[in-house]
Every structure is written in C-alpha cells, then in structure tokens.
Design a protein around this ligand. Sequence first.
Ligand SMILES: CC(C)(COP(=O)(O)OP(=O)(O)OC[C@H]1O[C@@H](n2cnc3c(N)ncnc32)[C@H](O)[C@@H]1OP(=O)(O)O)[C@@H](O)C(=O)NCCC(=O)NCCS
Length: 227
Amino acid sequence: MLTPSLRLPKTPGHLHRQLLIWTKCAQKSKGLWNSVQRNSWQRNGLRISPVEDFSIFTGFSCLQHEDADRDLDDFIRHDASRHHADRIAVTYLLEDMSFPGFPLAFATLQNDSVVVTGEDDLPEVRASYSYSAYPAVKIGRFGVHVDYQGKRIGTFFLTAIKSLMLHENRTGCRFITVDARRDKKNRVDVTRFYERNGFSLLPCRAKTSNYIPMYFDLLSHVQLGDV
Ligand SMILES: CC(C)(COP(=O)(O)OP(=O)(O)OC[C@H]1O[C@@H](n2cnc3c(N)ncnc32)[C@H](O)[C@@H]1OP(=O)(O)O)[C@@H](O)C(=O)NCCC(=O)NCCS
C-alpha cells in the first residue's frame, strides 16, 4: 500500500503539471541533480575533481626532455578547456588538498566503445555476451607533473579513475581504454606503466606508429576488491 504522500497523481493533467515543475526546477538550478561530490574522489589528503579553472595549468609540464612529444603540454595548456566546454572530454585534476590549485597531475576522460573484430577479442566478456561492441571510457590524455613523476602518483590516479567509473556510474561501462605512447626513437614506452596497473594490449584496435591501444577490465577491479 502506498502512503498518502507517495500516492500517484490521479489524473494525467496533474502528472503533466508536476513534470513541468520538476523540469523548470532542474533548468534553473544546474547543481540540483549534478552533485560535484559524485565526480570527486579523495583519499590521504589528495583530491581528484573535474577542472573548473584551466589557467592553473599555465606553467604545468609533464615532459622530461626537449625532444619529447610536446602534444601533452600543449593540450592541457591550450586545448583542454575547449574540449571540456564542447563536451568532447572532461579533464580531471589531482591536487594535494594542502596546496589547492597546484596540479600534480591531470587525466582527460571521454566515452568510448570497443568494437570486436575477431573470435579471440575480449574473451572475458564475450563468453557471456555476444555484442559487436562493448562500453568503455577512454583516457584521452594523462600526465603527472614532471617534478613528481616516479612517486606512484600516476598509479594512485589510475586507481581513483577505476573507482570513479565503478561507483554510481549512470551508464554501463565495462572497460577503460588508452593509447599508450611507445616511441622507440625517443626511448619512451609507457605501455610498461599501464601493464603494471593491470592493462593489457587491445589487438582488435589498430595501433598507430607511436601509440599502442590497451584496455583494463573494470570487473577485474571489483573482483580484486581494489576499490
Ligand atoms: C607515465 C606517467 C603518467 C606515470 O606516472 P608516475 O607517477 O610517474 O608513475 P608511477 O610512479 O605510478 O609508476 C608505476 C610503475 O610504472 C612504471 N613507469 C612509470 N612511468 C613510466 C614510463 N614513462 N615508462 C615506462 N614505465 C613507467 C614505473 O617504473 C613503475 O614501475 P614499478 O612498479 O616496477 O616501480 C608519468 O610518468 C607521466 O606523466 N609521463 C609523461 C607523460 C606521459 O607519458 N603520459 C602518458 C601518455 S599515454
């Protein structure tokens, strides 16, 4: 039995009026149904949240030597805010809560889907579901401040992204994908970093000369109890 306050509206007209009120409410107050907390994550004095002011990246660099690919620094300084505004990608900031506004690292996330091409692709999910594509989120760009690399910050950030995708996600998302940089000429091979963090090669996606497609199965994160 429904309690009186939860009783359904008696007429379609009543329901229509109620929906109009809810819709106006949501339009007026952006924050009403979008909680900032839902997209944030904090632990041990570190916080991850969507970037609001991109000017904090003006002096940021994640590149170690001059001949390194400048694309990452250029992206975060000049292009990330446009991607954010145009809903192409959302950039997350990692900061020490004692030094708010100083970027330790950033990660840019966007929706993705993994299209399978062969029988052997994604065996962990194809045993139960025979779809031609599976839902994923892509780490489009990822960089740790050059002065803080090698201190497990990248690993911490990746773990947090896995948790963000597992908790209260509004849509199905089974995999995290990334194109890991492998540039033999400049002796860069970031695939090792992702492998250390549970990622595998993604053979069904074509690799380009300096980027190797990789993926992580979020279900394995749950099974490992690592959240
Ligand atoms: C790659 C990057 C994000 C890693 O973050 P980090 O905080 O420096 O890495 P961590 O300290 O968490 O390292 C974890 C493991 O990955 C390995 N690793 C880290 N950076 C690596 C790199 N550039 N190449 C190969 N392995 C790397 C570490 O040796 C470590 O291995 P271990 O467990 O055997 O000790 C960071 O170094 C960075 O921003 N690099 C420049 C930009 C870049 O290449 N971005 C990725 C583009 S795909």
